[in-house]
Design a protein around this ligand. Structure first.
Ligand SMILES: NC(=O)c1ccc[n+]([C@@H]2O[C@H](COP(=O)([O-])OP(=O)(O)OC[C@H]3O[C@@H](n4cnc5c(N)ncnc54)[C@H](O)[C@@H]3O)[C@@H](O)[C@H]2O)c1
Length: 259
């Protein structure tokens, strides 16, 4: 028996990186997964991997910045499987810039996907979870949601928003048997990070490898974090092991948040 046997999970941003790992690990622990992403092709590719563990799983197109799209995702999953146990709101974006040069477009893009996207997905999931009288909501925040980070002020603002939102919703819905938590990763090796390394190297006039070396130096456990490191915490928070955990922002950073 897996930790999530028989559960129905929706994972956004599941077409790559951390979301892909969450979808695969959930499936390997027995869950049936809706692999949701704005990138249809990426979602379809991950679905093929997920189906090796959970053949009933599905792919779904979603733009988390659009209310109707989020509602449609949750309605579709509800109709197909008859219930929803886990809402993993993981989709996110980043850009990098000095605040002095930051454009309104960059601010809005980061806030729309990272903060508003978590709000809209949570709101779309809630009626289903409340009707059931149980459910798990897990949001991807960041180490940048608890500290200041140069070049990422706008991104950090969006992730502080995710943590504040998570704790507030947890208080509102506890009486319905629903837990709401978020996960705060550190330096995770994904497409997002590859893009950030190039931007940061340019903005700080460094070599990309020097940026990577600095990330590793700032991680006491001494290596870059993998998406699986994050997905394991997502399994824990979705499982019975976390029955009495709510409103938490769980760090999984290899100690980087302490440096
Ligand atoms: N990589 C890191 O170091 C790191 C650290 C802390 C937190 N995070 C967070 O982890 C989450 C996943 O990031 P990742 O590193 O796997 O990045 P990634 O770019 O590999 O994956 C993000 C996924 O989200 C999807 N997406 C983007 N906009 C969307 C939208 N509007 N609607 C639906 N899907 C959308 C993308 O298509 C992509 O598949 C994000 O919330 C990110 O902020 C990442």
């Amino acid at each position: 028996m897996g930790l999530l046997t028989g559960k129905i999970a929706v994972v956004t941003g599941a077409g790559s990186g951390i979301g892909r790992s969450i979808a695969i690990l959930y499936a390997s622990e027995g869950a049936t997964v809706a692999v949701a992403d704005i990138n249809d092709e990426a979602a379809a590719a991950v679905l093929r991997e997920v189906k090796e563990w959970a053949p009933e799983s599905m792919a779904a197109a979603v733009n988390v910045t659009e209310k109707a799209s989020c509602e449609n995702l949750y309605r579709t999953v509800q109709e197909r499987f008859g219930r929803i146990d886990i809402a993993a709101n993981n989709a996110g974006v980043s850009t990098m810039n000095w605040v002095a040069d930051l454009t309104e477009e960059e601010w809005d893009f980061n806030m729309d996907v990272n903060a508003k996207g978590v709000f809209l997905c949570t709101q779309a999931a809630l009626p289903h979870l409340i009707r059931q009288g149980r459910g798990r909501i897990i949001n991807t925040a960041s180490m940048a949601g608890k500290r200041g980070v140069p070049l990422l002020a706008h991104y950090a603002a969006s992730k502080w928003a995710v943590i504040g939102f998570t704790k507030s919703v947890a208080l509102e819905v506890a009486r319905h048997g629903i837990t709401v938590n978020c996960v705060c990763p550190g330096y995770v090796k994904t497409g997002m990070q590859e893009r950030e390394v190039v931007w940061e190297a340019k903005l700080r006039d460094m070599e990309p490898q020097a940026v990577i070396d600095e990330y590793i130096r700032n991680t006491p456990l001494g290596r870059m974090q993998t998406p699986e490191d994050v997905a394991k915490i997502y399994v824990f928070l979705a499982s019975h092991l976390a029955d009495f955990v709510t409103g938490e922002a769980v760090d999984v950073t290899g100690g980087a948040d302490l440096v």
